[in-house]
Design a protein around this ligand. Structure first.
Ligand code: NAP
Length: 278
């Protein structure tokens, strides 16, 4: 029996145990997966007493950066994003990875949404950074749309991107006065997330100018943004598939297993029903 977990704080509402245990079932892997409350203050102690006995674990807020100095190595993608969400224990050697990028790319590709055109990204936090890099790598031009207080932080992110990709096309605008349209609009803010489910991060005019819309939010599954985009005839994708694809990638790292689209779609349906029950 192998032992895996997700660590974070607060960890009460995480969907990860539900998703991972069903992914293990698909490949008949004998493993359990639990949620462990670990604050950033507890991380060091818990790493040396609890986490070091696991075969692997996922890392969520607030520990994605704090875990890095405790690991023996991290892969190139985790280095680029300065963030680790998956740890593998190989006989006491702890390696860190990030699977958020794969989750994002595979979720969109599974809906035939292209990442290489013009992209508006709402927000400039952790997941926006990953999404921007993944689109830039594929030749996209990015417009970050952020609130006024995030402007400086966002300009720093743009400079960071240009350091890594000298020819990258990145610009910043105010989220309340977006004048451009795009092939793809991505919501990487919590606007519209439970319990504020009536909120929409952009107005109808902006939505009408975008060919495809991805919302990283998975609770609710169908945000106001996605409802409006669908009504507008846009291709839409919700955050649940990103969540499941990034979990599937973690199992590839731990157990070497892979999943086809039908299996991912099946887990998305189960997880969506579980979320609705909650
Ligand atoms: P984060 O690092 O906290 O970044 C959030 C971003 O949203 C920041 O740029 C923040 O601006 C901005 N923001 C927050 N409230 C805003 C408001 N009222 N108006 C305008 N901008 C606002 O969070 P994250 O980790 O990137 O996550 C972002 C979203 O993606 C969350 O909803 C999260 O649940 C979701 N997510 C989904 C998945 C998945 O697998 N589906 C994975 C990761 C994250 P400031 O910089 O000014 O604070």
């Amino acid at each position: 029996m192998k032992h895996y977990a997700v660590i974070g704080s607060p960890i009460g509402h995480t969907m990860s145990p539900f998703i991972h245990n069903r992914l293990f079932d698909i490949n008949s892997i004998k493993a359990d997966y639990t949620a462990i409350e670990v604050s950033s203050q507890d991380l060091n102690t818990k790493f040396n007493t609890v986490l070091n006995k696991l075969d692997g674990f996922n890392v969520t807020i607030p520990n994605k950066q704090f875990i890095i100095p405790l690991l023996d190595d991290i892969d190139a993608c985790a280095k680029l994003y300065g963030s680790v969400n998956t740890v593998k224990n190989t006989n006491g050697h702890f390696s860190g990875y990030t699977t958020d990028a794969d989750g994002f790319v595979m979720a969109l590709q599974s809906e035939q949404i292209r990442l290489d055109g013009s992209v508006i990204i709402l927000g400039c936090g952790g997941v926006a950074r990953v999404m921007a890099y993944e689109c830039i790598k594929r030749g996209a031009s990015i417009t970050f749309a952020v609130r006024n207080q995030s402007m400086d932080k966002c300009r720093a992110l743009c400079n960071d991107i240009r350091q890594n990709f000298a020819t990258a096309s990145v610009q910043v605008c105010d989220i309340n006065t977006i004048t451009v349209g795009a092939d793809l609009l991505v919501n990487a803010t919590p606007i519209g997330m439970h319990p504020n489910i009536d909120l929409c991060p952009v107005n109808d005019t902006v939505i009408s100018r975008c060919g495809a819309v991805f919302d990283a939010i998975y609770n609710p599954l169908d945000t106001v943004l996605l409802q409006k985009a669908r009504a507008n005839g846009s291709v839409v994708c919700n955050g649940m598939s990103m969540l499941v694809y990034q979990a599937a990638k973690a199992q590839t790292i731990w157990e070497g297993v892979t999943f086809d689209k039908a299996e991912i779609d099946y887990i998305c349906r189960l997880a969506s029903a579980e979320l609705a029950n909650k």
